[in-house]
Design a protein around this ligand. Structure first.
Ligand code: NDP
Ligand code: 2IT
Length: 449
């Protein structure tokens, strides 16, 4: 074994011992440590100051009870969290997830990843993530409102515009941000930019809604351009049908690609002729307004529905996982490669298991890892924070250009740190190292804190 591989084993054994029963957190740290440990071998300042060990221990974890009353008068109890991973380069920043699968392990993985992602944007934001094991599906608006208010009644004392600025994630969209912002404002008697993803009437930013999905596609566009290719005529798989998937699909269509799948947690639709703007508008209305199931699309337009399945066995040129973590298994990654897929850009956080990532990198196809590919969302959140601080609103063309430039910057940064002999770019390595260096150097400046 090389020194680096030996060190990785020792490091991971210690991490697993200190954090038992947290498989998603172990997975996320291992993926980053696999790039960082070889990188710091000849940089004793990072080793001596235990930078990686410190980054893998959150600054703070808050866990709390969230009680609320449902429409039948039953008292319900959920668990809420905020994981504040690292504020070395700015206030903690990251989304809030409401989903029954939320655990401390999931939020620790997300807060850890967010630290590197936010650094990559070039904006002054630290890493955090929060959420609850609350299931918004099937709940009335009033139930969601009561839950959000109760959640914020505890969370408000841990956040603030210069302390920690949450936003949306799975199960948290414009409706939930509105309810939480209203409760924060009421409790603190302050109108500040404490959340991002707000409505336009109360300090939101244009294109925040579109930013994550668009950014994921821009990342692929930049990878394709680098190898002299483009989106025109490419068959694309998209998973998910929520915020990120919707705008990833929209941008693919605008760039001349063909989106042949979308999915939700029950199954996927296959549309061999492609999802056009009209079909996408139907899907957006179905998911955002009617809060229905994707299967209903079979009644609206020609498509096949595959219950309980994921789209990765459908032949394609490009794939965009935009639903959730670990949604591409090792076998599915290999099926994608075998069927001719030439590129993956991850809209969701950690959608590919480690075996799948290894297969993508080994086969040398284009692979943009989530912390680079989906950073457009938090980047525009950072721009929302700037606008709130200055009490101004930028216009759409300006914001579109800023998002485009930030994604290009992330791409180029990954190339700088991830270029290997023979012209192949390991974007995973590039993203991990580029994200690490800025945070690590700030931590060195602070000494032992
Ligand atoms: P939404 O809640 O808007 O949509 C989530 C989509 O994924 C839905 O189609 C949902 O299906 C599906 N999904 C959720 N959980 C599962 C699961 N366990 N198995 C299968 N499908 C599932 O969330 P977003 O679009 O905001 O987030 C999607 C991903 O993108 C997440 O990984 C998130 O962390 C990441 N992300 C989001 C950003 C943002 O700005 N919103 C920024 C960066 C990353 P169903 O309708 O059945 O629930
Ligand atoms: O995973 C993510 O980057 C997000 N959910 C968005 C975070 C944010 O603060 O906009």
């Amino acid at each position: 074994m090389t020194v680096a591989a030996d060190d990785l084993d020792t490091f991971m054994n210690g991490l697993k011992r200190r954090n038992p029963g947290e498989p998603e957190f172990h997975q996320a740290v291992q993926e980053v440590a696999g790039s960082i440990i070889p990188f710091i071998q000849d940089k004793p300042k990072y080793i001596k100051m235990r930078i990686l060990e410190r980054l893998a221990e959150p600054d703070r974890v808050v866990a709390f009870r969230v009680c609320w009353e449902d429409d039948e008068g039953n008292i319900r109890v959920n668990r809420g969290y905020r994981v504040q991973n690292c504020n070395a380069i700015g206030p903690y920043k990251g989304g809030i997830r409401f989903h029954p699968s939320v655990t401390l392990s999931v939020l620790k993985f997300l807060a850890f990843e967010q630290t590197f992602k936010n650094s990559l944007t070039g904006l002054p934001m630290g890493g955090g993530k929060g959420g609850a094991d609350f299931n918004p599906k099937g709940k009335s608006d009033n139930e969601v409102m009561r839950f959000c208010q109760s959640f914020m009644t505890e969370l408000h004392r841990h956040i603030g515009p210069d302390t920690d600025v949450p936003a949306g994630d799975i199960g948290v969209g414009a409706r939930e941000i509105g309810y939480m912002f209203g409760q924060y404002k009421r409790l603190e008697n302050q109108f500040t930019g404490v959340l991002t993803g707000k409505g336009m009437e109360f300090g939101g930013s244009l294109i925040r809604t579109e930013a994550t999905g668009y950014g994921t596609i821009y990342m692929m566009q930049d990878m394709l351009t680098r190898v002299g290719d483009g989106f025109e005529g490419k068959t694309c798989l998209v998973s998910g049908s929520g915020n990120v998937a919707q705008y990833a699909a929209e941008k693919i269509i605008q760039l001349g690609g063909k989106v042949v799948t979308m999915s939700d947690s029950s199954g996927f639709i296959h549309v061999p002729g492609g999802i056009d703007e009209e079909k996408l508008a139907y899907i957006i209305d179905l998911k955002n307004v009617k809060r229905g199931r994707l299967e209903e699309a079979t009644k609206q337009f020609e498509c096949t529905y595959h219950a309980g399945e994921r789209p990765w066995n459908v032949p394609c040129d490009l794939a965009f996982p935009c639903a959730t973590q670990n949604e591409i298994s090792g076998a599915e990654a290999k099926a994608l490669i075998k069927n001719g897929c030439m590129g993956i850009s991850e809209g969701a956080n950690m959608p590919t298991v480690q075996e799948g990532i290894d297969a993508f990198i080994e086969s040398k196809i284009l692979f943009a890892p989530s912390k680079a590919a989906n950073a457009g969302g938090v980047a525009v959140s950072g721009l929302e924070m700037s606008q709130n601080s200055a009490r101004i609103s930028w216009k759409e063309p300006e914001l579109q250009q800023l998002l485009r430039d930030i994604m290009q910057g992330i791409h180029d940064n990954c190339v700088e740190y991830g270029a290997e002999q023979g012209g192949y770019v390991n974007y995973l390595k590039g993203a991990n190292i580029a994200g690490f260096v800025k945070v690590a150097d700030a931590m060195l400046a602070y000494g032992v804190v």
